[in-house]
Design a protein around this ligand. Structure first.
Ligand SMILES: Nc1ncnc2c1ncn2[C@@H]1O[C@H](COP(=O)(O)OP(=O)(O)OP(=O)(O)O)[C@@H](O)[C@H]1O
Length: 265
């Protein structure tokens, strides 16, 4: 469904040694992977490893120096053709990605308008909004609320409804649950699992949290210093061989065994 081939990204260095210098910092090094329809790929890496940069390349916001992204076989970085397959994005910062002056109805209408334009149809927006709110565990009574009248978890549900409104095949979540408390994170991940099954969606889930990857994803890509260090199925995550992956796994297992010891004492 989505394939990244040999993605390289560099940025101009800020503190150049020479006046008008052209030195560049390589952020992504030859990253390639493939996510099949209905799978959920977790992109896991520490701060600064290039996760968000890769996310921006995948959703078409940042053209790579070289390499390409293919959505259902169609190249993203070649010409400006209208694409049939759509990728939606849900960002971490739901407070800034939702216009504070828009009601829930207005926020979801942004996605519905984009779908109407792309698919050349006219939707019953009220009904679509009700259906989407119901899908994300809210109801029609939320339609007239403004973002500041919602909890973080509710607002992120609205952002998910907005992402679904464009009728995507792929949704990219960039640290989309990281700002929520642990209980709400689990609720949202359960919601995402349910929606994925119902709508037969493909997910890309960018995070620094291994536990949420094991809870939600079918596959994991360990991104280490801008390189795809290892890609494997979550079922075999314990067999990861890259030192960075091993370090993460050990940290989790150590914490878990500590917790068990404390409970038995
Ligand atoms: N527009 C930009 N211009 C220059 N450097 C950038 C730009 N965007 C990102 N970088 C650099 O690229 C590197 C990777 O950044 P990125 O935001 O992709 O990392 P990340 O893994 O998402 O980190 P975090 O988890 O902290 O958000 C960092 O060193 C960052 O400073």
């Amino acid at each position: 469904m989505i394939r990244a081939e040999h993605i390289n990204v560099s940025f101009k260095k800020e503190n150049q040694t020479k006046l008008f210098g052209t030195e560049r910092q390589q952020v992504l090094h030859d990253v390639s992977f493939h996510v099949k329809e209905g799978e959920c790929l977790g992109i896991l890496g520490e701060s600064g490893s290039g996760k968000s940069t890769l996310g921006r390349v995948l959703c078409g916001l940042l053209k790579p120096d070289c390499g390409n992204v293919y959505l259902a076989g169609e190249p993203c970085y070649k010409g400006r053709r209208k694409r049939k397959t759509v990728l939606s994005v849900v960002f971490q910062d739901y407070t800034t990605s939702a216009n504070p002056r828009f009601t829930v109805r207005g926020l979801i209408a942004e996605g519905l308008r984009a779908r109407e334009k792309r698919e050349g149809l006219s939707l019953d927006r009220e009904k679509e909004t009700d259906d989407l709110l119901c899908l994300v565990g809210l109801d029609g009574s939320y339609k007239d609320r403004l973002p500041h009248e919602l909890s973080g978890g509710q607002l992120q549900r609205v952002c998910i409804a907005r992402a679904l409104a464009v009728n995507p095949s792929v949704i990219l979540f960039d640290e989309a649950i990281s700002s929520l408390d642990a209980h709400t994170q689990v609720q949202i991940m359960d919601l995402l699992k349910k929606v994925q099954k119902e709508k037969k969606l493909t997910y890309i889930f960018i995070t620094h949290d291994l536990t949420s990857v094991t809870y939600l994803c079918s596959h994991v890509l360990f991104l280490y210093q801008g390189q795809a260090a290892e890609i494997r199925s979550v079922d075999t995550i314990g067999e990861a061989v890259h030192p960075y992956a091993r370090k993460l796994l050990h940290a989790i297992f150590d914490v878990e065994s500590m917790g068990q010891e404390e409970m038995s004492n």
